[in-house]
Design a binder for this molecule. Structure first.
Ligand code: ATP
Length: 236
């Protein structure tokens, strides 16, 4: 469904992404693992049309070509990004934050239905819909950010390090919510440093090193691969 072919990004002379190719199918969770500076955020930003660097290559979703399109066109095509650091509005309530995600044309007419869908996927948000977001835990705020992205009715959800700064327990909740999103039929492209938990929920994964995808495999095989264990799973 989402197909990335030979995607490269340069920031001036620095090539941060070099010919990356990957795909994400419907109802599939795909994780990108890589060390700090490997180019993970650059990859997601280039897919979503918000990369500051020079982008070359192809990104297509259901055969629509997206490289060079404005970010809002990419949202309209069906890709929603949950950015690093969440980007939720602390002074607004859960419901107000969710509603802000419904600005896309593809979702505008179905705002009420999408809101119901998101609230039923995440009962915690239903309970807290009138609560101001800044008074919520980090994990709950992350759920708001995911719910807000889902309000644009995407077919692909892209997440940049959603577990960053969360306690182990909240991480577990977060990854559980991604399973719920997957069951709703979306494709998920997940950039993570938490290799252990993300490989547990993922179907497939790619390893990104210095801007190059060096390995692809199904998640279970990656989790059991000694080289992956050494580099990303602390040798465990
Ligand atoms: P982290 O996990 O630390 O966020 P990452 O894998 O997401 O790392 P990127 O943020 O994509 O890595 O950065 C990849 C490389 O591109 C790094 O060397 C970074 O310094 C460089 N880079 C990223 N954004 C820019 C920018 N706007 N201008 C110049 N260089 C950049």
């Amino acid at each position: 469904m989402l197909e990335v072919r030979n995607l490269s990004v340069s920031y001036g002379k620095h090539r941060a992404l070099d010919g990356a190719s990957l795909r994400v199918g419907k109802g599939e969770i795909v994780v990108i693992l890589g060390a700090n500076g490997a180019g993970k955020s650059t990859l997601l930003k280039a897919i979503c049309g918000i990369c500051e660097g020079h982008v070359a290559g192809q990104v297509s979703l259901q055969n629509a070509e997206l490289v060079g399109e404005k970010p809002h066109r990419i949202v309209e095509a069906g890709i929603a990004l949950v950015p690093e650091g969440r980007g939720v509005f602390g002074d607004l309530t859960v419901e107000e934050n969710l509603t802000l995600g419904a600005y896309a044309e593809r979702a505008r007419d179905e705002e009420a239905g999408n809101l119901q869908r998101v609230l039923s996927l995440f009962p915690k948000l239903q309970e807290r819909r009138k609560q101001t977001v800044r008074t919520m835990s980090g994990g709950e705020q992350q759920m708001v950010a995911i719910g807000r992205a889902m309000m644009s009715n995407p077919s692909i959800l892209a997440l940049d390090e959603p577990s960053l700064g969360l306690s182990p327990l909240l991480c577990k909740d977060l990854f559980e919510s991604l399973r719920v999103v997957k069951q709703a039929g979306l494709g998920i492209l997940l950039v993570e440093q938490n290799a252990k938990q993300s490989l547990r929920i993922a179907d497939r994964g790619y390893l990104l090193e210095n801007g190059t995808i060096v390995h692809e495999d199904d998640a279970e095989r990656l989790a059991n691969d000694p080289a992956v264990q050494k580099a990303y799973l602390g040798g465990s």
